[in-house]
Design a protein around this ligand. Structure first.
Ligand code: FCB
Length: 449
């Protein structure tokens, strides 16, 4: 025994998302999604790569579950592809799509792995995008109807439900910078999209509560703590603006019923008074908050960088991942402290945490050595343990990701998996990090020593 033991019943999981692992995007009557369409637009993803095959998990669910058992996971976070269930987004249900997820859930339960289902991890039916997507207020109803279909089918079997994954990324990457579907570059759309995401989240929670008395529902946000580069008012202000825009934009309205004050000056005339007036109506009692943590940001005041007037100051003294994300385990502790200041004693889950590293494969070694990922995991789990010891109400941890997969606009160039996937043969090989994580799980933390 040592001091690294985690609480009894702690969830040890790994996470994935539908478009990133499934492949077969049009199989069995599925409709086209915005991501399918986006990836098939020339020049938008790394080398024009798509999720057409990805990790082929749509057809290899049993293999994936075998891997989960090998690692000893007791929970698995995955997302459902909306356009497999409702090919045009609303109306007709595509039974084979629903069957697919029913089989997945049943197989997880048979394996003793708790399913944690995310309703929306960025793939929207293209037909809804054609109707304005997240810019259309009707999307709250579309989303609630979709949630109703799934909760009716799986509400009795799935213990953990999340409405949206990282709404901030949907807004910022999809509508402000155009690097994700639907590829818009329009800062003025951000407040509209944000508000509709929050309205959809609330409507999704209502649909969930109307259909089931069992299970828990929450929201998953990405938190990247912001620290001022220098201890001066200008940089403190920059950090506060960056924090409001990224970390508090969704959490505060969803839990406290108000948008952060810093947002109005960031958007100026594009900040709709009506949204502020309606913010109180966005609050729903939640069962948990999911926190995705990867990195932090040190920022300095920069009047030449609108609209936030803040720039990142790279920290060369610390290691960085292949995405140039700084490795900063203390940030996980700080992210939890920050969320807790808003969500109080609401249970928290780390719903994603991990690192992109490409390790040279010189021989077919099994397991594949990935020492930097092992170190990342160890350091972050230790930071999580410290947070727990200081009273953070964290109930589980999900590593991102079970498998190497399709990293959105980065294509297959960034590998986050505990399990290596050879995308030619679809051969899966456990990395050393998978074995390390298995040891941590088996010893309930002791292996962190
Ligand atoms: C998160 C996403 C996830 C994956 C990781 C690396 O923002 O939720 O799908 O891309 O980043």
């Amino acid at each position: 025994m040592n001091d690294w033991i985690f609480p009894e019943g702690f969830l040890w999981g790994a996470a994935t998302s539908a478009y990133q692992i499934e492949g077969s995007p049009l199989a069995d009557g599925a409709g086209v999604s915005n991501w399918h369409r986006f990836c098939h637009t020339p020049g938008v993803t790394h080398l024009g790569q798509t999720g057409d095959v990805a990790a082929d998990s749509y057809r290899r669910g049993r293999d994936d579950i075998r891997l989960m058992r090998e690692i000893g996971l007791n929970a698995y976070r995955f997302s459902v592809s909306w356009s497999r269930i409702l090919p045009t987004g609303t109306g007709r249900i595509n039974r084979p799509g629903l069957d697919h997820y029913e089989r997945l859930v049943d197989a997880l339960l048979d394996a003793g792995i708790a399913p944690s289902l995310t309703l929306y991890h960025w793939d929207l039916p293209a037909a809804l995008d054609d109707r304005g997507g997240w810019l259309n207020r009707d999307i709250a109803c579309w989303f609630a109807d979709y949630a109703t279909v799934l909760v009716r089918a799986l509400g009795d079997r799935v213990p953990f439900w999340a409405t949206l994954n990282e709404p901030w990324v949907i807004m910022d990457a999809g509508y402000v910078h155009g690097v994700h579907a639907p590829g818009h570059v329009a800062l003025s759309e951000a407040p509209v999209v944000a508000h509709n995401l929050l309205r959809a989240h609330a409507a999704g929670v209502d649909a969930f509560r109307a259909e089931t008395r069992s299970g828990q529902v929450g929201l998953v946000v990405n938190i990247e703590p912001k620290y001022p580069a220098r201890d001066c008012d200008a940089d403190l202000g920059a950090a506060a603006r960056a924090d409001a825009y990224m970390n508090r934009f969704f959490l505060e309205p969803a839990i406290l019923g108000r948008y952060p004050e810093e947002l109005a000056p960031i958007f100026g005339a594009d900040w709709p008074a009506a949204n502020i007036a309606e913010a109180a109506a966005l609050v729903r009692p939640l069962d948990f908050v999911g926190v995705n943590y990867y990195s932090r940001n040190v920022v300095a005041d920069d009047p030449a960088a609108p609209p936030l007037r803040a720039t990142r100051v790279r920290q060369p003294q610390n290691p960085h991942t292949e995405l140039d994300w700084e490795v900063f385990p203390q940030g996980l502790y700080d992210a939890l402290a920050q969320v807790r200041a808003t969500s109080g004693e609401l249970p928290l889950y780390i719903t994603e945490n991990g690192a992109a590293f490409i390790e040279p494969i010189t021989a077919r070694t099994d397991p594949l050595p990935d020492p930097r990922r092992v170190d990342y995991l160890r350091q972050h789990l230790r930071a999580l343990h410290r947070a727990l010891a200081d009273g953070a109400p964290v109930r589980g941890y999900f590593a991102w990701s079970l498998l190497d997969n399709f990293e959105w606009a980065e294509g297959f160039s960034k590998r986050f998996g505990l399990v290596h996937v050879d995308f030619g043969s679809q051969r899966r090989t456990l990395k050393q990090s998978a074995h390390f994580y298995a040891d941590v799980i088996r010893s309930n933390g002791e292996a962190l020593e």
